[in-house]
Design a protein around this ligand. Structure first.
Ligand SMILES: [Zn+2]
Length: 108
């Protein structure tokens, strides 16, 4: 038999306020993070493509500064998004752990 943990994070904790929706809310947030992670991978691919262009284009080529700018922008955005996704996934793991009912041991 499972029972809810004796926790109370206060009125700011959505999971405490809506315990019946915790699973659904976590799933929705995780799905959104998966979409953000996919965007980060796409930005990384684009950044790497522009990195390749900067390496294979002469620095005197008038396009070179634009290639470098796009490389830095896409790689920077990819890193920022991936970092945020990692941080938010860790937060969701902590929320889930704190709000998952723990099994009780039945007295014999
Ligand atoms: Zn809570």
């Amino acid at each position: 038999m499972n029972r809810p943990r004796d926790i109370g994070h206060g009125p700011h904790c959505v999971a405490c306020q809506h315990p019946e929706q915790v699973g659904q809310l976590l799933a929705e947030h995780r799905a959104a993070l998966d979409r953000y992670a996919a965007r980060a991978r796409l930005y990384r691919q684009l950044g790497e493509a522009f990195r390749e262009r900067t390496l294979t284009t002469r620095a005197t080529d008038p396009r070179w500064p634009r290639f470098q700018e796009l490389m830095l922008r896409f790689l920077g955005d990819a890193n920022a998004i991936a970092s945020r996704v990692m941080s938010d996934r860790a937060h969701l793991d902590r929320v889930e752990a704190a709000h998952t009912p723990e099994p009780t041991t039945e007295p014999r």
